[in-house]
Write a protein that binds this ligand. Structure first.
Ligand code: SAH
Length: 455
């Protein structure tokens, strides 16, 4: 038996016709049924490809030259060295089509729910400058402090990528200002090799509606050098600045924020407004990154939840209570659960600030709290879940099934885990009604969906 059956060898140069796209947006071309994944190639295109890896069942190639171009190809805004926005060579229509197809495929292949309608993805009018939060690594080059994203699969900082086209413009301005001020006062960049130096990351967050700005300066040291100068210059330059936070991360770790957070100027949070509700958001809390699309996502989630004034509702993975408070405007009572204590304290503040008295928030792991609520006899009419990419834990899915709500709304940032969990909920007595993808992350391969199930 030959050791491998790949029809191509590493370093071989071949001609390839591309017929499909992978999850990450690479082109897929086949040789005698053997798929080769080639970054930057689009369906319908043809080109010369160098094989860079030939596994037994699939391989990877590098596009050397295009011999036939797709009409959906557009000029990328940047060269995407950081691998953050890998879909820039695609028209926005093709990006949307690709994401739509991925949700459909996951529903078919993983959930075995071919019949469930997947509605056309809701896109943005202008798919740029949407991100309201950025965390930029700090490094050193020729004795100067530099900022920029890491190069793909490395911790090498690529200069000037901090001005990414997905960012809200004010964020880029603030990052540049912190960098320049730091250089002027000789604030040392952190060096992760010998775990020395000071400034590790610059995090900036802004409110889509309010334009409020928060800067978080993450240092290895307990002291923030030139604190007064940083405060004076940043506040003079940015009238919308509402909060400057110093976070200390003295560990040797890839985790960005450390445990110690101190407000050095202004408030501990910024505000943003979605619809008629105002939210306070502190440094460590999750908040959706694309404000205009968030509204569309939440509207759909609320429509699917179809809350009645007698309903008891659970919002699991509730963050700062964004979805919970909209639910509470219609429901009898809402319980929110979330693992980050700072987010729950924001959620409580947000309920109060908006005069909402029928929402209660709890710190804990949703997969532990839900079974406990079940054991206490809590029987919600509607459950909303919005888990991170890994989806819901088995224990949480089981608790939902046992609680027998009439309806579940599942907000997901990963179609594969959504489909996996839908299969379990279907087997537990729920029927998936509809899926609505929403493009929260244009130019990147990430996909958000909201899904409606009835018991
Ligand atoms: N629904 C919110 C937050 C969604 S993001 C919104 O739209 O803003 C997912 C949230 O789940 C984050 O706030 C994260 O901190 C939280 N989380 C992650 N793992 C968790 C767990 N095991 N239990 C509860 N919350 C968790």
């Amino acid at each position: 038996m030959p050791k491998h059956t790949a029809p191509v060898k590493k370093n071989e140069i071949i001609s390839l016709h591309f017929e499909d796209l992978t999850h990450e947006g690479s082109g897929v071309g086949k040789i005698d049924g053997y798929p080769l994944f080639v970054p930057q190639a689009l369906p319908g295109e043809e080109g010369r490809v160098k094989v860079v890896k030939a596994n037994k069942n699939f391989g990877f190639g590098k596009l050397l030259e295009l011999t036939k171009e797709s009409p959906e190809r557009i000029e990328p805004v940047c060269d995407d060295k950081c691998n953050g926005c890998g879909l820039q060579h695609m028209s926005y229509n093709l990006q949307l089509e690709m994401k739509q197809n991925q949700v459909k495929n996951a529903m078919k292949k993983i959930a075995h729910l071919d019949h469930v309608p997947v509605h056309p993805i809701i896109g943005m009018d202008k798919p740029m400058h949407y991100r309201n939060k950025v965390q930029i690594p700090v490094g050193e080059k020729n004795g100067k402090l530099i900022t920029g994203f890491y190069q793909k699969r490395s911790h090498h900082i690529i200069e000037n990528t901090e001005t990414c086209v997905t960012h809200n413009e004010v964020i880029n301005e603030v990052v540049k200002a912190v960098r320049d001020i730091s250089n002027r006062y000789g604030i040392k960049p952190y060096n992760e090799k010998d775990h020395r130096g000071v400034l590790r990351h610059i995090m900036v967050r802004t409110g889509g509606k309010t334009k409020d700005v928060m800067v978080v300066l993450v240092t290895r040291t307990n002291k923030l050098p030139h604190k007064e100068e940083l405060i004076n210059e940043l506040t003079a330059q940015f009238p919308h600045l509402k909060s400057i936070v110093h976070n200390v991360n003295s560990k040797q770790t890839n985790v960005i924020l450390g445990d110690k957070t101190e407000v050095v100027w202004g408030d501990a949070y910024i505000h943003d407004k979605i619809g008629d509700i105002t939210f306070a958001i502190s440094a460590k809390s999750f908040y959706q990154v694309n404000p205009s699309q968030t509204k569309k996502l939440y509207n759909k989630a609320l429509e699917y939840a179809a809350i009645d004034h007698n309903d008891l509702v659970i919002d699991a993975y509730c963050g700062i209570g964004t979805i919970s408070l909209f639910l509470a405007q219609k429901a009898k009572k809402v319980y929110g659960v979330e693992v980050v204590p700072e987010a729950i304290s924001d959620a409580k503040k947000n309920a109060k600030m908006n005069g909402i008295t029928n929402a209660e928030f709890f710190v804990g792991e949703a997969e532990k709290v839900m079974p406990w609520w079940k054991a206490q006899g809590l029987n919600p009419d509607v459950i909303v879940v919005d888990p991170p990419r890994k989806g819901c834990d088995e224990e949480l899915l089981q608790a939902m099934i046992e609680m027998q709500p009439k309806r579940i709304v599942y907000v997901s940032c990963n179609p594969s885990t959504l489909a996996r969990d839908l299969r379990i909920l279907e087997d537990g007595g729920f029927q998936t009604q509809e899926v609505q993808p929403v493009d929260m992350f244009p130019l990147t391969p990430h996909i958000e969906s909201v899904c409606w199930l009835e018991r």
